[in-house]
Design a protein. Structure first.
Length: 129
């Protein structure tokens, strides 16, 4: 098992707001990475998405990785495509607080054989119930 897989990770659905109280329920002292469903950086100018605002809210102490299913065409600088499994459609990864290539490696190697990692699929299902 890769060592990064053992690190505490907090998953946040895009539709949750930072002020919703979800962060008060998490043990942020033990959280090393936060993964959100959405963008951390929206465009080439560095405009922050939900993940960017979250990163600032946390005073830049915890890296945030954004995983999006839809492409923003005006974001070539801060985004990478990640192909998982046999999917021909990529995921779009952005991050703050960590190297973008490292973040892409984490997402590519998450559990699951399909385009969407198992934990992100589970989160998506739970938040739609």
């Amino acid at each position: 098992m890769r060592s990064w897989m053992l690190k505490p990770v907090l998953f946040i659905k895009e539709s949750y707001r930072v002020s919703s109280g979800i962060l008060q329920k998490a043990d942020l002292d033990k959280t090393e990475v936060i993964i959100i469903d959405g963008y951390v950086i929206l465009d080439d100018t560095g405009k922050p998405g939900l993940g960017g605002h979250l990163y600032e809210f946390l005073k830049r102490k915890i890296p945030v990785i954004g995983v999006a299913k839809t492409n923003f065409a005006n974001n070539a600088r801060h985004k990478r495509e990640v192909y998982r499994g046999e999917s021909v459609r990529p995921l779009y990864v952005t991050t703050l607080g960590m190297d973008l290539d490292l973040a892409c490696g984490y997402i590519k190697n998450m559990h699951g054989v399909f385009r969407i990692p198992t934990m992100l699929k589970k989160l998506d299902t739970l938040t739609k119930e």
